[in-house]
Every structure is written in C-alpha cells, then in structure tokens.
Design a protein around this ligand. Structure first.
Ligand SMILES: C[S@@+](CC[C@H](N)C(=O)[O-])C[C@H]1O[C@@H](n2cnc3c(N)ncnc32)[C@H](O)[C@@H]1O
Length: 204
C-alpha cells in the first residue's frame, strides 16, 4: 500500500476520535483565521483542503467567510455531512478542485499538505493556484523539520506519513507554483512542542 493510502486509511479508522480531540483551537490558528478574514472581508469564498472534523471551517463561517469543505478521507466528509454541511471527498493532487461559482478568494490548508509527498507538492501548489483568483490568498501549515517519516501519535492509532519542510525549500516550491509574496513563519505548538511553518502567499 502507498504511504498516501496508508495515511488516509489511518484517518479513516479514527476520524471520529480525531474530530473530538481536534476540536481545541490553537491560538495561532485562530489568529491566522482572523487575519484571513481581515484581508478578505465577509462573504469571500474559501477552499479548505483537509477540513478534518470541521473546526476551522466553523470559525471561518462564524466570522463571515463562505467555506467549501473538502477532505481526502471519506470518513471526515461523512462526519461533516452528518453535521449538516456540504463536503466533498477530494485529493488535491488528482481531483478537480474547481467550482461552478468561479475562482476562490483563498485556500486554507491547515496541517493537511504535510501528508503530500515532497515531489508532489509543486503540483498541488500549482493546482491550488489555478483555482484561486489573482490577488487571492493561500494559508497553509506544515511541520518544520528534515526528511520524512511515519508517526503514531494523538487520536490516530495507526501510523501516518509526514513530509517535513524547512522554510527556504518550501518558499521555493510555493513561489514556483504561481504564488507571490510568500511569507513563512515558524511557530512552536505550545502543547506538543512541535515546530510548524505557517505560509501566507498571494496568487500571482
Ligand atoms: C492533521 S489532520 C488536520 C485536519 C484539520 N485541517 C485540522 O487542522 O484539524 C490532516 C488532514 O489531512 C488530510 N490528508 C491526509 N492525506 C492527505 C493528502 N495526501 N493530501 C491532502 N490532505 C490529506 C486528512 O484527511 C486530514 O483531514
């Protein structure tokens, strides 16, 4: 089985537990959402990649954005639909990301593209740029570090595959895929001590 499929299977098995435990909103994520709302204004349309249990979409909608919820893991999409939301099973590497309503104003991908293989991230970044309007925003976060590896932690009992990134090569990938003004900041998750890279970029 590929690392992509094994990771999706791991989430599929424990999606409900992840949704419960992942409901805690870190301050850094809240700040990034508030910043996005301030940049976009109410009513803007956001494509969310990896909605998981739906925590971030709930706050974005509460603050006036319109969110298209998507996830590669079918069990998360089932949970989101049970909460009464539209949601789609989408692999950002392979599936159509477009919308009949036109280009999105922003893409939000919190802690999801860290599961994309390093060699596939340029393609995913370019595909996300294609469906975002000029001047629209990208907000994403990945784990900071070297190499890649399998990890079993938190509410997901089977191993998941992670690709770790350093700021310079990540900036090169994002900037090479149709995004300008790439800003990358490093944040340490105060609960787990995990360093994260948070990316903000503007569609060229
Ligand atoms: C750590 S969870 C984060 C969920 C949510 N964004 C949050 O912050 O709580 C990782 C998410 O990435 C999704 N995912 C797994 N493999 C992926 C891949 N290859 N491409 C995109 N998303 C993936 C999972 O289904 C899951 O929703």
């Amino acid at each position: 089985m590929s690392s992509r499929d094994a990771t999706v299977d791991a989430y599929e098995t424990d999606a409900a537990a992840y949704a419960v435990n992942g409901a805690f909103m870190p301050d850094s994520v809240r700040r990034d959402i508030e910043d996005l709302v301030a940049r976009l204004g109410r009513g803007a349309r956001v494509l969310e990649v990896g909605s998981g249990g739906g925590r971030d979409a709930r706050l974005m909608e509460h603050l006036g954005l319109r969110v298209r919820r998507t996830d590669i893991t079918p069990a998360f999409v089932t949970l989101l639909r049970e909460q009464g939301h539209d949601a789609d099973v989408i692999d950002p590497l392979r599936d159509d990301l477009g919308s009949p309503d036109g280009a999105y104003d922003a893409v939000w991908a919190n802690a999801s593209l860290l599961h994309v293989a390093r060699t596939d991230l340029p393609t995913v970044m370019a595909r996300l740029a294609e469906v975002t309007r000029s001047g629209g925003f990208l907000r994403m976060s990945v784990k900071e570090g070297d190499g890649e590896g399998w990890s079993t932690h938190g509410s997901i009992s089977n191993p998941r595959h992670f690709t770790y990134w350093r700021a310079d090569p990540l900036r090169e990938v994002v900037a090479g895929a149709g995004w300008n003004d790439v800003e990358i900041t490093s944040q340490v998750d105060s609960r787990a001590g995990q360093p994260w890279l948070e990316v903000l970029a503007v569609r060229a």
